[in-house]
Ligand binder design. Structure first.
Ligand code: SAH
Length: 493
């Protein structure tokens, strides 16, 4: 994998300043070891008028496979799939791996820091970036759609599959040349850092939740408002829908600060809409909310608690249905609640709407009087965030003290994890999950809680119910009958 960065200069602004900006001396060839192989940086030319830095990444395909061990791909697959692990384009075509190396080798430059030449780091400079072979799913058109809005003159030529056999057509590789005089070096590097993996669109590395932060940091100043923002976010996060959604929502917040309301509504709608022409399943988070709403409607509840409401997605859905007359979101995180308040536009809501919704800060492991008097409570993807020894305290707060007639609890089904393409074996889905249960463990917990507090528990699958490993999410619907005591209290109220 190979990439060159060139600039032009004059005696006053020598092109060789590129060495300062990249923090790599043009006089030396340097070698760095990265997680996927060896990166070399050297300068094929270094003159006052013209200077070119080259980054060459020698990928170690064996190390790549060792690192990826335990992922779904190729495991128990056909022999050619197994061979495909060793014989593939990874060593040759610029892809996510080159972006990773770029981020590692030029990290200071990527952040725009240059103590020796701060004024040059901050100023646009004439740049020419060439990548002889870029893996580009979507072809030259997509390459242009991604780079042109950022101020690049784009040359993207398809590479023929085999020059000997022109009728075989083009490969999925493109020769890419980017030229601009309007961008700083840091901006240019950050464009490449995000857009090379986007073009590659391979799912070979584990996307962790902190990838969202990396994307937002590298995308600062250019990703919000990019016409292909959704595709970029989507592909960068390897189509993990919950992460894409999280990133889109945070980008939406950035825009909230910058744009007027009508535009924000449009982004909101776009988030709900389909990402690309390709069909895709309904995101699991959406299926989960639908299952919860169905459970609440069946129960006839009007006053609903969303316990561990996070950034308020469910609260927003509840507000859309007038049968829910009182909606209270509770979370321990003030930050999540601030985001929820902003997303819901609480401060700009009409009086009528505003009177239906409340956000409270509180911990579910302590009895809380404010939680009494509701018809139903939801714990959506919350219990697994508590240390197991704290769980009985939450059970008492909800089932013992607050005691709504209906309680809906969802949690991941750990058995399903083998079906997630990007999840390495033995990993939980979210860094903060303290545990994930099998169907049997959840069933046993639900039965014990129901027994202890006088409820019935019914279990329901959410998402595709796999014949072997069950559904990705499990839902327990708890009910208790109205007692004489309840009737008296209702009358008194
Ligand atoms: N219910 C939301 C968010 C789930 S994430 C959804 O389904 O998308 C879990 C949430 O539980 C986080 O917002 C976290 O702050 C909250 N949480 C974790 N422990 C808590 C506790 N002890 N009391 C209240 N909220 C808690």
């Amino acid at each position: 994998m190979f990439l060159t960065i060139s600039t032009r200069g004059t005696a006053a602004t020598p092109a060789t300043d590129l060495g300062f900006l990249l923090h790599k001396n043009p006089g030396n060839a340097q070698t760095f070891s990265t997680s996927h192989g060896t990166a070399h940086v050297f300068y094929p030319e270094a003159e006052v008028e013209r200077c070119t830095a080259a980054l060459l990444l020698e990928v170690d395909p064996i190390a790549l496979i060792r690192r990826g061990k335990g992922k779904g791909k190729g495991r128990g697959g056909a022999p050619d799939a197994a061979l495909g692990q060793y014989v593939n384009d990874r060593p040759y075509a610029a892809s996510s791996l080159l972006a990773v190396a770029l981020g590692a080798v030029f990290s200071t430059a990527l952040h725009g820091v240059c103590k020796a030449r701060p004024e040059r780091a901050a100023a646009p400079l004439p740049l020419r970036i060439e990548v002889p072979a870029v893996a580009a799913k979507g072809g030259p058109d997509l390459v242009r759609a991604l780079f042109a809005p950022l101020g690049w003159d784009v040359t993207a030529e398809p590479v023929a599959l085999d020059t000997e056999f022109p009728d075989w057509g083009d490969s999925r590789y493109v020769r890419l040349v980017l030229e601009s005089e309007q961008l700083t070096l840091a901006e240019a590097l950050r464009h490449l850092y995000v857009l090379l993996p986007v073009l590659d669109d391979a799912k070979h590395y584990w996307v962790s939740p902190d990838e969202v932060d990396k994307l937002l940091r590298a995308g600062e100043g250019w990703l919000p408002g990019h016409p292909e923002q959704r595709l970029i976010t989507n592909r960068y996060l390897s189509r993990r829908w919950s992460l894409t959604r999280q990133a889109m929502e945070r980008l939406e917040l950035v825009r909230l600060a910058e744009t007027d309301d009508s535009e924000v509504e449009d982004i909101d709608n776009a988030v709900e809409a389909e990402a690309e022409a390709e069909p895709r399943p309904t995101p699991l988070a959406v299926q989960r909310r639908e299952a919860i709403l169905a459970g609440l409607r069946e129960s006839g509840a009007a006053r609903v608690l969303d316990l561990g409401c996070g950034e308020g997605h469910l609260v927003r859905e509840l507000l859309r249905d007038v049968r829910f007359t009182e909606i209270t979101g509770v979370d321990v995180s003030a930050r999540a609640l601030a985001i929820a308040a902003r997303r819901l536009k609480l401060d700009r809501m009409g009086e009528r709407q505003a009177s239906r919704v409340r956000l409270l800060q509180g911990s579910l492991t302590y009895t809380d009087k404010r939680l009494t008097g509701y018809d139903a409570a939801v714990l959506s993807e919350v219990i697994e965030h508590l240390d197991l020894p704290r769980l009985p305290a939450l059970e008492y707060t909800v089932f013992g003290a607050a005691r709504p007639r209906t309680v809906l609890v969802t949690t991941p089904n750990v058995e399903y994890n083998v079906r997630w393409e990007t999840l390495p074996a033995g990993h939980v889905r979210h860094g903060d999950h303290r545990f994930e249960w099998t169907r049997e463990e959840f069933r046993a917990w639900a039965a014990a809680v129901a027994e202890r507090y006088g409820y019935t528990a019914e279990l329901r699958p959410v998402g595709p119910d796999d014949p072997e490993v069950g559904p990705p999410t499990q839902l327990a619907v708890f009910h208790r009958d109205t007692t004489e005591q309840d009737k008296k209290e209702a009358k008194a109220a």
